[in-house]
Design a protein around this ligand. Structure first.
Ligand code: 4NP
Length: 157
């Protein structure tokens, strides 16, 4: 089993969207028995909350139902549990580095490193913006998700 954790700040906008998009891609390719997917936030503001309603609405328009997801905070144990710990932005990555145990084997990267069409390093935080921000987040995540699955196929499957 290859285990992938997506991480953002609140775990209500970007990382649950990445979880939903990547899960659908993995299911479409019949790999759901080989790849396990989760998401978490570096902060605890939205623990046990469902994804932001704007993120849910934007994802649902693309056929992705995120209503069952609930926020949780990332912790040190996640670095031993997961093979990939993927940060949405550099601030998330910095916060992850600060709590990462010295002896973990997880691949810790910015998620956008796997994108092919976008050259951006970060998935921008859509929380304080308008609906267009959520569409952009989905477009970026769909692209990076394809690249991530290609990387997993190459190195693990
Ligand atoms: P996320 O977005 O990190 O993509 O889930 C945010 C969610 C909540 C807040 C900031 C960003 N907040 O400040 O509460």
């Amino acid at each position: 089993m290859v285990k992938v954790l997506f991480v953002c700040l609140g775990n209500i906008c970007r990382s649950p969207t990445a979880e939903g998009v990547f899960r659908r891609l993995v299911e479409e390719q019949g790999l759901d028995d080989r790849i396990q997917i989760d998401s978490a936030g570096t902060h605890a503001y939205h623990v046990n909350s469902p994804p932001d309603h704007r993120a849910q609405a934007a994802a649902l328009q693309r056929g992705i139902d995120m209503s069952g997801l609930r926020g949780r905070q990332v912790d040190e144990g996640d670095f031993y549990m997961f093979d990939y710990v993927l940060a949405m932005d550099k601030s998330n990555e910095y916060n992850l580095l600060a709590i990462s145990p010295p002896d973990h084997d997880a691949t810790m990267r910015l998620f956008m490193e796997y994108a092919e069409s976008w050259s951006d390093d970060e998935v921008p935080d859509p929380y304080y913006g308008g609906d267009a921000g959520f569409e952009r987040v989905l477009d970026m995540i769909e692209d990076a998700a394809e690249g991530l699955l290609a990387d997993i196929r190459k190195h693990h499957l």
